[in-house]
Write a new protein. Structure first.
Length: 523
């Protein structure tokens, strides 16, 4: 009996050793991809490639790519490995310009996994590729014009007023508050109204149903991080195993909410000045009218008088959901980082407050669309915040056809995943001296003229530039003005200095919230 067990253990040991040897050889051969093509690359490690810190949740994705950007110093671009999968990094701003604009035809897709049967909400503008993306972009672009932004502006002002009001008692007592959650509730109120046509009143009620479901979308967890990695690296495996990137209950809630709201509006012929109404117009008419008028609703998703194809209900819900994803997290996090820096730099906060006071006085104390446009120093402060803390720290592009990088011998094969490390560019001392210093004057006209246009990319650039950029900036600025016109903020004993970043989130996000001291202004 003992002899049989000994042989069994021996056989298992030989099998394990053989499998390990085969795996080792496979990785070794896979890791020759860039060397065989004479491409500068960063030496990978067994199993993890160049992403050990990301896979083991030691660093955020943005900071991992920033490290790789630095390791390729002196090169215009270079190769890395995600496990055994070759991934290419662009560093040179002129090449980045070609990729995003001039040679966009070779890089028009992000390379994200989309399966609308498994997850209907994945069929939105940010994920889609090819002609489906192009056609959808053309339909949605008219919904984000200056005219449409002005149409929704009053909703932002009302939410901003509520934001200022709910903090009065806290400010009177000069308490320490967690500002990140407060700003997230402000963003949720704005987005729930503009994108979904509902009043959820999250500022007054932190436990509002919409806020609870929205929080689940952005909760950083090991599970969500692993699924996110699988979606990006092994899409075929996700498809085979029917893995969903979004909790099915969350997906069902958002789709049902949109459908109920659309049905209610169409049944009762209700119109509102919001993003959802524009989506309904595309659903029924195939396009957004140049002049803001709402033709008679016909109630049928793909039949309309214009002859252009409209939206299905799932597609409409997916675009509304994408608006929520883009408008909620980016704006609330940008405001959080901005309030952190202003609390550290009282001189900058005071100068910004002086501008806010002067401009609002011209507009009889009212926050108007024109007033926000006049606040030039505010624009610099927000730009510097996005420079130091780009909420989306990398840009993904998939090579959609073989591409020879200009002035090099490097040819990228179709299907190669490429990355532009925005955080790395924004923190490169070659473009931004002393990059850790918060200095809004980097965005004076004189300083901007000294830099290459493609070393500042918080919203991307080219045909796939963030379609909601105007709205996100407007929401951010209204929130900041609503706070700084009434209150003063400073660091407290609970403020995280230096910042620690969440490692399980795609976006840059501080761990543990943002605790600042607030007090009422003395005018």
């Amino acid at each position: 009996m003992g002899f049989m067990l000994e042989n069994t253990f021996l056989d298992v040991g030989v099998l394990v050793a053989s499998l390990f040897a085969v795996l080792y050889v496979y990785f070794k051969l896979s890791f020759t991809y860039w060397k065989q093509r004479n491409v500068p690359y960063i030496k990978p490690t067994f199993l993890f490639g160049n992403f050990r810190d990301l896979i083991l949740f030691r660093k955020s994705q943005g900071h991992v790519f920033e490290d790789l950007y630095k390791k390729l110093d002196g090169e215009k671009c270079g190769g890395t490995y995600t496990f055994t999968k070759p991934t290419f990094i662009f560093r040179d701003p002129e090449i980045i310009k070609n990729v995003l604009v001039k040679d966009f035809a070779s890089f028009h897709d992000r390379g994200f996994y989309v399966n609308e049967e498994t997850e209907p909400l994945s069929g939105h503008l940010f994920f889609l590729c090819g002609n489906r993306w192009r056609n959808l972009r053309a339909k949605l672009t008219p919904t984000f014009t200056s005219g449409k932004m002005k149409m929704m502006f009053q909703t932002l002002v009302e939410s901003g007023h509520e934001l200022g009001t709910i903090l009065e008692e806290t400010a009177n007592n000069e308490e320490i508050i967690e500002i990140k959650d407060t700003l997230a509730r402000y963003s949720t109120d704005v987005i729930s109204s503009c994108a979904f046509g509902i009043q959820c009143n999250c500022l007054k009620n932190p436990d509002a149903e919409f806020r609870q479901w929205g929080r689940k979308v952005f909760q950083a967890s090991v599970k969500s991080a692993i699924i996110g990695s699988l979606l990006g690296i092994f899409p075929f495996l996700v498809n085979v195993l029917k893995i969903r990137g979004l909790d099915p209950k969350v997906s069902k809630y958002f789709r049902s909410m949109v459908q109920d709201t659309v049905n209610y509006r169409e049944k009762d012929n209700i119109k509102r000045n919001d993003f959802l109404q524009l989506l309904i117009q595309i659903k029924n008419e195939g396009k957004v009218e140049e002049e803001h008028s709402y033709p008679k609703q016909n109630g049928h998703g793909n039949k309309n008088r214009s002859g252009e194809s409209g939206f299905s209900m799932n597609s409409l819900a997916a675009q509304a959901f994408a608006f929520f994803l883009g408008g909620f997290e980016t704006s609330s996090t940008t405001m959080t980082f901005c309030m952190y820096e202003l609390s550290l730099h009282q001189d900058i906060q005071e100068r910004l407050r002086e501008e806010i006071d002067a401009v609002l006085k011209k507009h009889e104390g009212n926050i108007t669309y024109e007033a926000i446009q006049e606040m030039k120093y505010l624009d610099k402060v927000v730009a510097e915040t996005l420079r130091k803390y780009p909420v989306v720290p990398i840009l993904n592009r998939e090579c959609t056809k073989a591409y020879k990088i200009p002035d090099t011998d490097i040819v990228l094969e179709k299907g190669i995943r490429t990355v532009i490390p925005i955080l790395g560019l924004h923190h490169d001392p070659k473009y931004y001296p002393d990059p850790e210093r918060f200095d809004p004057e980097r965005f004076s006209e004189e300083e901007k003229a000294k830099r290459h246009n493609y070393v500042y990319l918080p919203f991307g650039e080219g045909p796939r530039i963030c379609i909601g950029m105007r709205f996100g900036l407007m929401q951010t600025k209204v929130g900041l003005v609503s706070l700084l016109s009434k209150y003063q903020f400073s660091v407290s004993k609970r403020t995280p200095v230096p910042l620690v970043f969440e490692t399980k989130s795609f976006n840059l996000s501080p761990v543990g919230g943002m605790w600042l001291q607030i007090k009422k202004r003395v005018k």
